[in-house]
Design a binder for this molecule. Structure first.
Ligand code: GLV
Ligand code: MN
Ligand code: MN
Length: 372
């Protein structure tokens, strides 16, 4: 089932998880964002990920890391230690931006500022948070945790194509995301000569094609860019579109390259707008810089990977965004991946072989010092 942040299924899943945390002997606590923590005694190692999903996302993205964390914490408690806490961050998938819950918890983003963010339907985060009701139990002190490990599916093809079971993450790429609005002139689709049109959709189409060619001078094979959300107005077959609003997102492991890509995007937008007679508005920039994983925690994952999947693991960067990026502001952080079959994710077909899920869980447990 899909669970966009603060939707009834998301809140029901968090309530269910809070009960499982309590059963495992952890103290369940929602903070003001709806991040759900299962707290062990202090100090503890924090494990987890997120349990919200994309509007059309798969079953493992985020949920795998949360449920695995709960199982490792449960086993650790039965065994009398070590102290393991669990977290499910809220809105990792960005209904209100991106990794919003961990961004606020880590201090990157002030709650008052985050509250102003709107989803694609104009609902503010402040309005969505009201749905948390009396679940909220207060702040969760960030200093009680010695480190954070996140198990996640790879969401790309590398491990699956190589027939490997585990990826130990070296660093997480940086991301930039903005909403762009192109405004032309809405007009009659039968009577307006082509040469006189100021068609906003044609502007987007020309921009996208030209951008692909222009970015080639700046990028590496690891750089990516996506126009994933498009709203054409008024979206009717007999009207020349007067306005188009779209998301422009780009990602790369090098912060300088992200800036160079931004410059190319802005220049190309201005050029196309001037040619077609469009006005360009660029919304606030959402951005996270690339982050390296902690060498000591990473070494624990590498030792676990060699024990569980000898010769069938690799070190690799993460092209997807993760809460670990924000948590790295607070404490040592590391991540591991299991393969995604066919490299598919953010789609209902997303899946992982059961043997690989188990391997990931075992590496996580070993790195956390828990023998299952
Ligand atoms: C997170 O899901 C991302 O978009 O990388
Ligand atoms: Mn995820
Ligand atoms: Mn995701």
């Amino acid at each position: 089932m899909i669970r966009p942040a603060y939707s009834p299924p998301d809140l029901a899943a968090r309530d269910w998880l809070a009960e499982r945390m309590a059963e495992a002997g952890l103290t369940a606590r929602f903070d003001a964002m709806g991040n759900l923590f299962g707290l062990a005694e202090r100090p503890s190692l924090l494990l987890g990920s997120h349990s919200d999903t994309q509007p059309a996302g798969g079953w493992l993205d985020g949920a795998l890391g949360v449920i695995s964390a709960l199982e490792v914490a449960r086993v650790a408690r039965e065994a009398g230690g070590p102290a393991i806490s669990v977290v499910s961050f809220q809105d990792e998938e960005g209904r209100f931006g991106g990794t919003t819950g961990s961004a606020v918890w880590s201090g990157l983003l002030h709650l008052a500022e985050a509250d102003l963010a709107e989803d694609m339907d104009g609902v503010t985060l402040a309005e969505a948070r009201e749905l948390l009701g009396n679940r909220v139990g207060g702040d969760v002190d960030t200093t009680q945790f010695s480190g954070f490990i996140e198990l996640h599916i790879e969401q790309g093809p590398t491990l699956d194509m190589a027939g490997e079971q585990i990826g130990v993450v070296t660093d997480i790429v940086g991301i930039r995301d903005q909403v762009v609005t192109l405004t032309g002139q809405q007009n009659h689709a039968g009577t307006t000569p082509m040469a006189l049109r100021r068609d906003a959709f044609q502007g987007l189409s020309a921009f996208s094609t030209r951008l692909n060619a222009r970015l080639r001078n700046v990028v590496t094979p690891q750089s990516v860019w996506t126009i994933g959300h498009v709203a054409v107005a008024p979206n009717a077959s007999s009207i020349v579109p007067g306005q188009v609003r779209f998301s422009m997102q780009w990602r790369d492991g090098d912060a300088d390259r992200l800036e160079r890509m931004q410059a190319v995007i802005e220049t190309t937008l201005d050029e196309v707008a001037a040619e077609i007679g469009l006005r360009v508005e660029i919304g606030p920039l959402f951005g996270l810089d690339p982050v390296a994983m902690d060498p000591a925690l990473r070494a624990r994952l590498e030792a676990g990977a060699e024990a569980v999947a000898p010769g069938r693991w690799r070190r690799m960067p993460s092209g997807a965004l993760h809460d670990a990026t924000n948590v790295a502001r607070l404490m040592p952080v590391a991540m591991l991946f299991v393969p995604s079959i066919g490299g598919i994710s953010h789609a209902f077909e997303e899946d992982t072989d059961e043997a690989d899920l188990v391997a990931g869980l075992r590496v996580l447990a070993q790195a956390a010092g828990v023998q299952g």
